[in-house]
Design a protein around this ligand. Structure first.
Ligand SMILES: O=P(O)(O)O[C@H]1O[C@H](CO)[C@@H](O)[C@H]1O
Ligand SMILES: O=c1cc[nH]c(=O)[nH]1
Length: 283
């Protein structure tokens, strides 16, 4: 069906009357190939304040994005809001605007391991798909893996900046309360042993978007990874203080930006050498 401007309207890939993606309000040419995602829109703004320059700002609903340069790297940061439904929309619509980007999620989480301190960073190597959004694209048993480039780059960025960090499995939950086995009076979780069970299975943390980010990115040709700051320690029933939260968030942002810079450099070397199989960790 054509609208008054002669544009074809589709109910499959929905666009605004200005030709932008329906929810994220962005079009091809408006998204950089190095992307940072975070749940909290205020965090996206905080990231953009570290940029050398911001060329484009867009907002629609909870999706806010800033595109510009960070240390000469073209970068977009987007706040996605909370949850897997939001992440599904973010990844699909971003991938209508840019081909084969690197996407790093910079988030917060609750840790399931006693030895992980509040404020420590956790780099996801793979994600337990507790949610069901990804099941509409891939079958049960299909792995949600972080791209090896992002794991390596995040580990390097954390090590170089002396951030206490851990690498391992992340459980991606469909909720903050029941989905993470929280006991709130009046709302007993149906899976009260989830925390113990996943902890014994050596899962490091709970958050709410990563398995969708990783599966959808894998399908769509993006290299994706996640780093989260531990705001809660669920085994000790502790939660981070506001001051520590502020510095943990900044460390997480700097780890994510450092990793994106590292991958920007890696991609340039691969291009110069015309060799996609040049691995920085082998040099
Ligand atoms: O801090 P963000 O990136 O929002 O991440 C975590 O925090 C939110 C819950 O408080 C969820 O989105 C969870 O994944
Ligand atoms: O416990 C927590 C803390 C932050 N984000 C989560 O998803 N869970």
């Amino acid at each position: 069906m054509e609208n008054e401007k002669g544009q074809i309207q589709s109910a499959e890939i929905v666009k605004t009357e200005t030709g932008r993606q329906y929810h994220v309000n962005l079009a091809p040419g408006e998204v950089a190939p190095y992307i940072m995602l975070c749940g909290d829109p205020a965090r996206a703004k905080r990231v953009s304040q570290l940029f050398d320059e911001v060329e484009l700002t867009r907002q629609n609903r909870e999706y806010i994005s800033f595109t510009g340069k960070y240390k000469n790297m073209p970068v977009t940061v987007m706040g996605t809001g909370i949850g897997c439904g939001n992440m599904e929309i973010a990844v699909i619509e971003l991938l209508q605007c840019v081909d084969n980007p690197v996407i790093i999620r910079v988030g917060s989480c609750g840790t399931l391991q006693e030895d992980i301190e509040l404020g420590d960073l956790i780099i996801t190597t793979g994600s337990v798909r507790l949610e069901n959004v990804s099941t509409y694209f891939v079958p049960e048993g299909y792995p949600a893996l972080a791209h090896i480039d992002t794991i390596w780059a995040l580990q390097k960025a954390c090590a170089e900046q002396n951030f206490r960090h851990h690498s391992g499995l992340t459980a991606c939950s469909p909720g903050f309360y029941g989905g993470q086995g929280r006991h709130v009076p009046g709302f007993p979780p149906r899976k009260p042993h989830l925390l113990d069970e996943l902890g014994k299975l050596k899962v490091k943390n709970f958050e709410m978007e990563t398995s969708v980010l990783l599966t959808m990115s894998h399908l769509g040709g993006a290299r994706a990874g996640t780093v989260c700051a531990a705001y809660a320690n669920r085994t000790k029933n502790t939660f981070i203080s506001p001051e520590d939260k502020d510095s943990a968030e900044m460390n997480c942002i700097l780890a994510g930006l450092g990793a994106l810079l590292e991958l920007h450099k890696t991609d340039q070397i691969r291009k110069e050498k015309n060799n996609e199989q040049w691995y920085p960790w082998l040099t």
